[in-house]
Design a binder for this molecule. Structure first.
Ligand code: 5RP
Length: 223
């Protein structure tokens, strides 16, 4: 990653910290942009009640910082989730899962009242699908799911050497023209053996923070 990209990630992560509140439980995503947030979280540590984490990697970083990592089952009200994305369209629908954490990310996003997505401007697209769509699958169903995804018009590629935190495999689906994200999300969810599709269309982000050379742009989810 270039120093300029790293700088954009640091900048957008700093902007997200403005949304933290005293005593809150924070949902924490996964990836290099979230790591830039965690790099700046130290002053907030004594003021947070804890965090719900979306991956073993983020859990390790949170524990190193001294943040209590809570089981989502113990948290009735998760006010805020902050996470990155691989792509976002203008409706704040996302492709996620480049870091293979999509299942827990989708769970935490679903539980949160507000989802703030933090990206640099390279992630903005008009139509989702340039980034291969990650799908987490039960290992024994990998080829079955791959055939079904081919019927849907995609070109699934097994991500080599990757086992998710849940013990599953990832198929990255290339060449999909995602014109109807909600419809495709539902269709992929219906395939036997799919654990999660990294399309966050039915539950998009509520607020997008975009880091660019000019500063941080705030984009609310359209009504
Ligand atoms: C991990 C994710 C990440 O949010 C996504 O891959 C973006 O990562 P980065 O901030 O490193 O660009 O979905 O599963």
């Amino acid at each position: 990653m270039s120093e300029e990209q790293q700088q954009l990630k640091r900048r957008v992560a700093a902007a997200a910290l403005e949304y933290l509140e005293e005593g809150m439980v924070l949902g924490v995503g996964t990836g290099s942009t979230v790591n830039a947030l965690l790099d700046q979280l130290a002053p907030w540590v004594p003021r947070l009640r804890g965090a719900v984490s979306s991956s073993e990697g983020s859990t390790r970083r949170l524990r190193e910082l001294g943040v209590p990592v809570l089981d989502l089952n113990e948290v009735d009200d998760l006010g805020l989730y902050i996470d990155g994305a691989d792509e976002t369209n203008p409706r704040l629908q996302l492709i996620k899962g480049g870091g293979a954490a999509l299942t827990r990310e989708k769970i935490v996003a679903a539980a949160a009242r507000r989802f703030i997505c933090i990206v640099d401007q390279s992630k903005l697209v008009e139509r989702l699908g340039r980034f291969p769509l990650p799908v987490e699958v039960i290992p024994m169903a990998r080829n079955l799911v791959a055939r079904e995804l081919t019927h849907l018009g995609g070109r699934p590629v097994h991500r080599p050497g990757v086992t998710t935190d849940n013990g599953n495999h990832i198929l990255d689906v290339h060449d999909l023209a995602i014109d109807a994200p909600e419809v495709l999300e539902t269709a992929i969810n219906q395939i036997a053996g799919v654990v999660t599709v990294g399309l966050f269309a039915r539950r998009p982000a509520d607020l997008l923070l975009v880091g660019s050379g000019q500063g941080v742009r705030r984009i609310e989810k359209p009504a």
